[in-house]
Design a protein around this ligand. Structure first.
Ligand code: ZN
Length: 352
């Protein structure tokens, strides 16, 4: 986990108590956010928070890689109510990727469990490490733990507090599934699903066409970001400890290990592409920067994501009106606290 992320969480604490000790931060993050962080991460998080309080406020969430899934729910405002649950990721070009959604009777633990189980059936096979982000009730944390603990892949879930939520998550979530579908949630269920399908179809086509014009090795946005990072530290002093381990002297010196693709600022691990320190080391060593970036950020990977279109469903191929009876979910007013299990109406969007 990135120390910058920790830094965001502890920033308020450092502001009110600049002498707070890393060990106190570890306890606090464990108790209030369910996060397990090693000592050095807490230490660096605190250092970084202290530094940020005097400088720029970098938004960690702008950098989250795709293995983060934002999960949230929104009320359906049509006649029968219900809730639309969504799981949203980011693609290699840092764009929002609606991954799956479901229509359920309300935001109950049972319904979340059902939804996350369907997601686990797809994602656990992928062999990826998953991180869930949610501002939902703590009970969902337990659901995630139950469903994903059987796998060898780690996860963690940030149950975010009000202050953090306002600042950063709103940025991330505001462009997520909730806002993506806000104009469709008053439609009758059939039109709602069909409208979402058409939106997805258009988006996939638009991104496919755009990416075909890229002549860069990496996704457009990442290529740009690496250029900016590379420009940061051309004057830093780089001292080799071995052929793959280096010490980079900035304000705080850091250690870069090229073999392990690791920098002690933890950004490389968090981002999936080299941080500004590692970039200097790679260039200093005369190596190719692209060989140190995760496949996920490469333009070819992105193109593969959007290679298969969602196909149109012309009206003539749809069942005639009157042939299909979709019963509305059993909701009551106000919705959201029901105990029955998930409704049978669900649609999973295509994966990558
Ligand atoms: Zn670094």
């Amino acid at each position: 986990m990135g120390s910058r992320l920790v830094s965001s969480i502890v920033k308020d604490k450092v502001r009110s108590n600049p002498l707070v000790r890393p060990i106190e931060l570890i306890t606090d993050l464990k108790e209030n956010y369910g996060l397990d962080i090693p000592y050095h991460v807490a230490w660096y998080g605190k250092e970084s928070a202290t530094k940020d309080l005097h400088g720029d406020e970098e938004l960690s969430y702008a950098h989250l890689p795709w293995s983060m899934l934002f999960i949230d729910g929104t009320f359906i405002t049509n006649k029968y109510k219900g809730t639309l649950l969504g799981a949203t990721a980011k693609n290699g070009n840092k764009e929002v990727f609606p991954f799956a959604f479901a229509i359920v009777s309300g935001e109950t633990v049972d319904n979340w469990r059902w939804f996350l189980q369907r997601i686990s059936e797809v994602l656990l096979d992928e062999g990826r490490q998953l991180t869930f982000i949610s501002d939902r009730h703590g009970a969902i944390i337990d659901v995630v733990r139950t469903i994903f603990s059987a796998s060898a892949h780690g996860f963690c879930l940030y149950h975010l507090k009000e202050n953090l939520k306002k600042k950063e998550v709103s940025n991330a979530l505001s462009e997520s599934f909730n806002s993506w579908v806000k104009d469709v949630r008053r439609l009758p269920i059939y039109e709602m699903i069909d409208t979402i399908r058409v939106k997805m179809m258009e988006m996939i086509s638009r991104r496919k066409l755009a990416s075909e014009k890229w002549c860069s090795v990496l996704c457009f946005v990442i290529e740009d970001e690496l250029k900016n990072l590379a420009a940061k530290g051309s004057h830093w002093r780089i001292c080799p400890a071995s052929e793959s381990i280096f010490e980079v002297h900035v304000d705080l010196s850091v250690m870069v290990n090229l073999d392990k693709r690791f920098c002690s600022c933890y950004q490389w691990k968090l981002l999936g592409f080299p941080c500004e320190h590692a970039i200097q080391v790679i260039q200093h060593s005369g190596l190719c920067l692209y060989n140190f970036v995760d496949e996920y950020y490469k333009a070819d990977f992105y193109r593969a994501t959007y290679a298969t279109p969602i196909f149109p469903i012309p009206d003539i191929e749809k069942p005639p009106a009157g042939d299909v009876f979709l019963l509305p979910p059993h909701t009551r007013k106000p919705p959201g606290r029901l105990q029955q299990s998930a409704s049978s109406q669900a649609v999973k969007l295509k994966g990558r």
